[in-house]
Design a protein around this ligand. Structure first.
Ligand SMILES: *[C@@H]1O[C@H](CO)[C@@H](O)[C@H](O)[C@H]1NC(C)=O
Ligand SMILES: *[C@@H]1O[C@H](CO)[C@@H](O)[C@H](O)[C@H]1NC(C)=O
Ligand SMILES: *[C@@H]1O[C@H](CO)[C@@H](O)[C@H](O)[C@H]1NC(C)=O
Ligand SMILES: *[C@@H]1O[C@H](CO)[C@@H](O)[C@H](O)[C@H]1NC(C)=O
Ligand SMILES: *[C@@H]1O[C@H](CO)[C@@H](O)[C@H](O)[C@H]1NC(C)=O
Ligand SMILES: *[C@@H]1O[C@H](CO)[C@@H](O)[C@H](O)[C@H]1NC(C)=O
Ligand SMILES: *[C@@H]1O[C@H](CO)[C@@H](O)[C@H](O)[C@H]1NC(C)=O
Ligand SMILES: *[C@@H]1O[C@H](CO)[C@@H](O)[C@H](O)[C@H]1NC(C)=O
Ligand SMILES: *[C@@H]1O[C@H](CO)[C@@H](O)[C@H](O)[C@H]1NC(C)=O
Ligand SMILES: *[C@@H]1O[C@H](CO)[C@@H](O)[C@H](O)[C@H]1NC(C)=O
Ligand SMILES: *[C@@H]1O[C@H](CO)[C@@H](O)[C@H](O)[C@H]1NC(C)=O
Ligand SMILES: *[C@@H]1O[C@H](CO)[C@@H](O)[C@H](O)[C@H]1NC(C)=O
Length: 496
């Protein structure tokens, strides 16, 4: 009886609200001038039976045979866990000849000015509606193959990334029960969505394999950091973050424009995966205006620690592995009060390791249904208490170089930088340095910077990239890789 009354009165108040609801307002935005009138409508009654539907015009059709994939939906049978053998080779692949220790900076191209200040066409058009210029626009049949060492090594790195994602997305679905997912707020529909993302990776792996040819790297064996669904999702949003940004960093430098075209079309999907995993973790889907690009050696440094071994004769990579940079007070997205994060509250010290989700139930935000405090899966949440904020003291520890990492422990972390002096925050379009205060050999702190990209867009936010450097050299997104000789250690920060 009581329940019924409550139901009736709450239904009534909803209806009354709908009738009485005033138009919403956007402060400062006047003269919105709707050309239609908004009539409040009831959402009831709802459908209770589903079908049969109307019959619409259609024909019998069947798909022509599709190109084969290099793997099935689940890829090859792969084992998991750390590597325990002996490496047969060590170090990144090197060219026969290396010409200099670093690329010398040059002044801007003297002819680099705005092309056309009048906004009219200055050259004969090759065809109607076809302004002169552009690359790959002369009618040549496209050839979707890597075209230089730079292209090969970049796409091979991308393929290592696609392969781990194919296994990873399936792995979480395989090791956690349906109840585990429900506990993290994820339903059977969400699980099929993750399974669908895994299958997308089999397509991406096929595409990249075909762009590389015979020497394309094969799928490897992996060593994952998570033991809960939240940690699985957190790891996914991190791995797709550097997977996506790794590609934005090199795509416009590829010699093969054709390869760049198809790669962009696959990385647009990876970007959507990253956003979805953020939403599953209850984070703001995209708290930035621009997604950033990072150098290949950064992506490889983040990825390699999770690859335990690769098959015999695997094609090796030429990129550098930087030492790990860890955040002592890495904000924990499982807490409604991120300020209360305990030191080293991550499941391990590999740079993309997820935050620990095993925190006291009275401190977690996962199953809390309070606006501003919940961090369960959602299209968007407002965090009343931000994960991090400008001016926050960020405490750091970092590894010395010389550790073995990556497939078969066959790569070695290295740096060519001198003493660390700065913390480089790479987010959106920006590279911002803050001074590092060192305490002892491999630890120190800095304060999170407050700058904006454009007014109103704080540069530092989201899952972002932080390096320790020996210099505050001025660089912009198109030449960011020139920072590499100055990088002491590299980390991933959960700023929002
Ligand atoms: C891959 O998964 C899709 C969607 O679940 C399914 O339709 C298809 O049959 C699967 N293919 C193979 C080869 O298992
Ligand atoms: C490197 O040099 C060796 C010996 O001169 C040669 O056999 C090999 O083909 C070279 N490798 C490449 C990739 O140029
Ligand atoms: C057309 O452009 C391609 C690059 O896309 C280039 O390799 C080729 O030489 C060009 N052909 C002509 C006739 O200019
Ligand atoms: C890596 O180790 C595995 C297992 O010991 C071995 O089968 C494989 O051949 C090794 N791969 C390479 C590239 O040395
Ligand atoms: C690895 O390369 C060697 C030498 O070319 C070859 O004999 C061997 O069959 C290859 N192994 C695999 C698994 O492809
Ligand atoms: C977190 O710490 C900052 C800096 O001390 C403080 O300004 C902020 O109010 C704290 N957040 C909460 C929710 O107390
Ligand atoms: C990470 O490193 C710190 C400092 O060396 C250590 O206190 C902490 O226990 C490590 N965390 C894990 C999970 O191993
Ligand atoms: C949660 O409970 C534990 C143990 O009961 C207590 O120590 C801790 O202070 C509580 N946390 C909060 C935020 O109240
Ligand atoms: C969400 O955050 C925005 C911006 O900080 C704020 O204006 C808005 O009131 C918040 N909405 C809710 C429901 O908390
Ligand atoms: C990051 O973005 C979120 C969502 O817009 C916002 O609530 C938070 O304050 C931002 N953090 C900073 C440091 O601006
Ligand atoms: C960060 O380091 C400073 C200076 O050593 C120390 O006072 C502070 O307690 C540390 N904060 C955390 C969260 O570890
Ligand atoms: C971010 O980049 C823009 C464009 O280069 C620059 O004007 C701005 O000062 C930068 N902001 C910070 C905080 O570095």
């Amino acid at each position: 009886m009581l329940t019924k009354t409550l139901y009736a009165s709450s239904l009534l108040s909803t209806l009354q609200l709908a009738v009485a609801a005033p138009a919403s307002h956007v402060a400062g935005y006047t003269n919105a001038d709707a050309s239609f009138s908004v009539t409040p409508s009831s959402i009831y009654p709802l459908a209770t039976s589903f079908g049969p539907d109307s019959q619409v015009p259609a024909i019998e059709t069947s798909a022509p045979s599709a190109p084969p994939r290099v793997s099935s939906n689940l890829s090859r049978a792969t084992s998991h866990g750390p590597f325990s053998g002996t490496p047969t080779t060590t170090g990144a692949v090197e060219a026969n000849t290396t010409l200099a220790k670093s690329i010398a900076p040059l002044p801007p191209n003297p002819t680099a000015t705005y092309y056309n200040s009048q906004g009219v066409l200055l050259n004969p058009a090759p065809a109607p509606y076809t302004p002169n210029g552009g690359l790959g626009t002369n009618g040549t049949e496209p050839r979707y193959m890597v075209n230089s060492d730079f292209d090969f090594e970049s796409i091979a790195l991308g393929l290592y990334q696609e392969w781990i994602e194919l296994d990873l997305f399936n792995n979480g679905l395989a090791v956690f029960s349906d109840e585990d997912f429900i506990e993290a707020g994820l339903t059977a529909e969400d699980r099929s969505y993750i399974a669908f993302m895994a299958i997308q990776e089999s397509g991406h792996s096929t595409l990249l394999t075909n762009m590389l040819g015979e020497a394309a790297p094969k799928q490897c064996t992996y060593n994952y950091p998570y033991s809960t669904v939240r940690e699985f999702i957190d790891f996914n949003q991190k791995i797709t973050r550097f997977g996506e940004s790794g590609v934005w960093g090199f795509i416009n430098h590829l010699d093969s424009r054709e390869v760049g075209q198809l790669l962009a079309q696959s990385i647009a999907t990876e970007a959507r995966q990253q956003m979805s995993f953020r939403q599953m973790l209850g984070l703001h889907p995209m708290p930035v205006w621009f997604e950033t690009g990072i150098p290949q050696s950064w992506a490889w440094s983040y990825l390699a620690p999770y690859i335990s071994s690769c098959p015999e004769n695997q094609t090796r990579l030429a990129w550098q592995n930087f030492p790990a940079l860890n955040f002592v007070n890495q904000p924990n997205p499982n807490r409604f009060s991120p300020n209360d994060t305990k030191p080293f509250e991550t499941v391990g010290n590999r740079t993309a390791d997820p935050s620990d989700s095993n925190i006291p139930t009275n401190e977690t935000c996962v199953n809390l249904h309070v606006t501003g405090y919940s961090c369960g899966p959602a299209i968007a949440h407002n965090r009343s208490e931000p994960l991090s904020f400008p001016g926050k003291q960020v405490n750091l520890t970092w590894d010395a170089p010389g550790h073995t990492v990556g497939p078969n422990d066959s790569y070695i972390t290295s740096t060519s930088a001198k003493q660390p002096k700065f913390v480089a925050w790479v987010s959106q379009l920006n590279l911002t340095y803050t001074p590092l205060v060192t305490i002892g050999n491999n630890s120190g702190y800095t304060y999170q910077p407050a700058g904006e990209v454009y007014e109103g867009d704080p540069a530092v936010n989201g899952t972002m990239f932080v390096a320790l450097t020996d210099s505050d050299i001025f660089l912009t997104p198109f030449n960011l890789s020139m920072i590499n000789p100055h990088v002491v250690a590299l980390g991933l920060y959960q700023a929002g």
